[in-house]
Design a protein. Structure first.
Length: 356
């Protein structure tokens, strides 16, 4: 196999790409002092944001002032709904536009979070120009705010998602990706990032616990699901270890996993979110598990984080090939029905930095 071929991973052509950027503006006493109340502050700031967004041709933008976490996914219809801790945004980047203020009465936010959703076609190819457009937007927005000493944290999230069993369902067309890191990609497209920025790349895998899988492992009428989770854990660790994938996690407690760089971000959990912290520069084996044998969940989430050794100048193609090989071994061990079950794989790339 040629070196160039090894550096590419062949992913179903039907894979979906997604990008969204958040800008977090800290809410200070000094900022609030310019307004008679919280409602006026949020409405006035959001009007400025939406007006400038029209000028800058940013067509899908949400302002969140209740400190809830945005979660963005593809859907053929546009939806925005809330849980106690999350804002779930479904949209199709090819069609959907929005300007939405999401707020709670009389709630003082720790930060005003602006969520920019990428729109149009060729999301990954145009990711640098979208990021540059958001940077330009923020450069123009901040002088419009009445307080000068405000800090902004920018987070750029990119996903590439596909069904690992696509070929078994007849979707045999694939496309070769090198999966270059965000920094080099942006630099090549004249969108340099600050020297001080955090980056993290990882894969998440969603395994539904279907009837067939549960029946193949668990005895009837049991309330102890430990054998099921232990089987999944053992098979997952064996498959990933065989491919030298050292930073991995398994979450089966009903919470939404959220992966962060433990060097820069706090990793405390909440009632809805299971925080998982990894330092990609660490070379030792790290396995994070969160499951309870007394609790049966609908879906188990697995995470595989790319370490420093997994990044090559050409990109993460080799890393993803190792991940795919590990998943082939893992799913073969479980004898899943590839033609009738979905195994959604997402390759995530995140960067974050403080905007000066």
């Amino acid at each position: 196999m040629s070196l160039n071929h090894q550096q590419k991973v062949y992913i179903p052509k039907a894979a979906r790409t997604n990008q969204y950027i958040t800008a977090e503006i800290k809410v200070t006493d000094a900022l609030l002092a310019h307004y008679p109340d919280l409602k006026t502050c949020y409405q006035t700031v959001s009007r400025s944001i939406f007006s400038l967004a029209d000028q800058e041709e940013l067509s899908n933008i949400h302002v969140i002032t209740n400190d809830k976490l945005p979660v963005v996914r593809f859907h053929t219809e546009a939806y925005c709904f809330q849980t106690a801790e999350q804002i779930i945004l479904f949209y199709n980047p090819a069609y959907h536009e929005a300007q939405n203020l999401i707020t709670d009465d009389n709630y003082r936010a720790r930060k005003i979070r602006i969520v920019f959703l990428a729109t149009g076609d060729e999301i990954r190819s145009n990711s640098a120009s979208f990021h540059a457009k958001v940077q330009s937007f923020l450069t123009k927005l901040m002088p419009q705010l009445p307080e000068n000493e405000l800090t902004v944290k920018i987070r750029d999230h990119q996903h590439l998602s596909y069904d690992f069993f696509a070929k078994a369902k007849g979707n045999k067309e694939s496309y070769g990706f090198k999966l270059r890191a965000i920094g080099p990609r942006y630099k090549a497209r004249n969108c340099p990032l600050p020297e001080e920025h955090s980056s993290l790349s990882y894969v998440t895998v969603k395994l539904p616990l279907g009837r067939r899988l549960k029946q193949s492992i668990l005895p009837e009428h049991t309330n102890d699901f430990t054998p099921l989770y232990q089987k999944l854990e053992d098979a997952f660790l064996q498959a990933t270890s065989a491919k030298q994938l050292k930073q991995v996690a398994m979450v089966a407690n009903g919470l939404t996993p959220l992966v962060r760089n433990s060097k820069y971000d706090q990793v405390d959990g909440t009632d809805e979110v299971q925080m998982i912290g990894f330092d990609p520069n660490q070379e030792e084996q790290q396995f994070v598990r969160h499951w309870d044998g007394s609790q049966l969940v609908e879906t188990v989430s697995f995470t595989i984080v790319a370490g420093k050794k997994d990044y090559k100048d050409a990109g993460f193609g080799r890393f993803m090939n190792q991940v795919e090989d590990a998943l082939k071994k893992f799913t073969s061990e479980l004898e899943l029905d590839r033609s009738h079950e979905d195994l959604i794989v997402r390759f995530h790339q995140h960067i974050s930095y403080q905007n000066s």
